[in-house]
Design a protein around this ligand. Structure first.
Ligand SMILES: *Cc1c(COP(=O)(O)O)cnc(C)c1O
Length: 297
């Protein structure tokens, strides 16, 4: 399998007054900058599946997601680059106009199949696909699974890794957090900010992936109403954060992640001299679902 060229993600220190006051360093690991099309944590989660598909001589990747899914977007881009056929099973009826995410996916030759929300729950593979592409390889929705975790371990292959006392990331399926937990050093703390409402199965799901007895630290209070839900407060935070730091965020994951950090600082969650690495997991393409003018970046 050829290698896709990725830039090493930069680490950018940010200098908020509260950090200076408390003598705490905040740094953002910009996974959103690794590639113009394949942004964020999705590349890390996909690569081991694609190696496996290649080793098994499977030429068609089938995966699942919604109309604005970062996972669908990244899978279509990578499969296009690597010469895999790709099929996206998309939740919901086919709309009259495709979302920008699905338009990109289609332009990268992903074949889209729309299934009703009720049918989507069982993750059906249409018979026509099975007949046309018997050599298919299935990747779970969101890249959830052990290979996703193993790929995500590479997110922590950063310079001076040991200098960070806390690593904080947004959590959807928990696959990325499982990778960070597997890759961390014993003295490092990992915190996950869950973007789903009351998804209390996460701790168990992550333990299943890592095979560890220790539960991950997941904060469940920053979902803003649930997955992909938002409030005016979230948008005004994201715009202010951008004014202060010049770092753009997405409203589904990283906006909620960044929102949590100043709150935790205020609550004295961290101690003086802590050095915090916040994982910017990408996802900016999903902001295209918002009305124009909502965000200033
Ligand atoms: C998918 C996604 C996540 C969540 O990753 P999981 O491994 O599913 O927990 C976080 N941030 C962004 C931007 C994503 O697209």
């Amino acid at each position: 399998m050829p290698e896709i060229t990725l830039l090493p993600p930069p680490i950018e220190p940010i200098n908020l007054p509260i950090c200076r006051q408390m003598n705490i360093s905040l740094n953002i690991l910009r996974l959103d900058k690794i590639h113009p099309l394949v942004s964020g944590n999705k590349w890390y989660k996909l690569k081991e599946y694609l190696k496996d598909a290649d080793a098994k001589n499977k030429k068609t990747i089938i995966t699942f997601g919604g109309a604005y899914s970062n996972h669908i977007h990244a899978t279509a881009a990578i499969c296009g680059a690597y010469g895999f056929r790709s099929v996206g099973i998309i939740r919901g009826e086919q709309p009259a106009v495709l979302s920008p995410t699905l338009t990109d996916a289609q332009n990268w030759n992903m074949e889209l199949h729309f299934v009703s929300r009720a049918d989507y729950k069982t993750k059906p593979i249409p018979d026509t696909i099975v007949q046309s592409y018997p050599d298919y390889y299935i990747i779970n929705e969101g890249g959830y699974g052990e290979k996703g975790m193993i790929g995500a371990e590479d997110i922590l292959a950063v310079p001076e890794k040991e200098s960070y006392s806390y690593i904080i990331a947004a959590v959807g399926t928990g696959t990325t957090l499982a990778g960070l937990l597997a890759a961390k050093s014993p003295q490092q703390n990992i915190i996950g900010i869950s973007v789903l409402k009351n998804n209390f199965d996460l701790e168990k799901d992550i333990q299943q992936l890592t095979g560890s007895d220790t539960a991950a630290t997941i904060l469940h209070d920053y979902h803003f109403g649930g997955y992909a839900k938002y409030t005016p407060e979230l948008f005004s935070f994201m715009n202010n954060w951008y004014r202060q730091t010049h770092i753009p965020s997405d409203f589904v994951y990283t906006g909620k992640l960044f929102f949590a950090v100043p709150q935790l600082l205020q609550q004295n969650y961290f101690a003086p001299n802590d050095n915090i690495l916040i994982v910017h997991s990408g996802g900016l393409q999903g902001n295209r679902s918002l009305p124009k003018g909502t965000l200033i970046f």
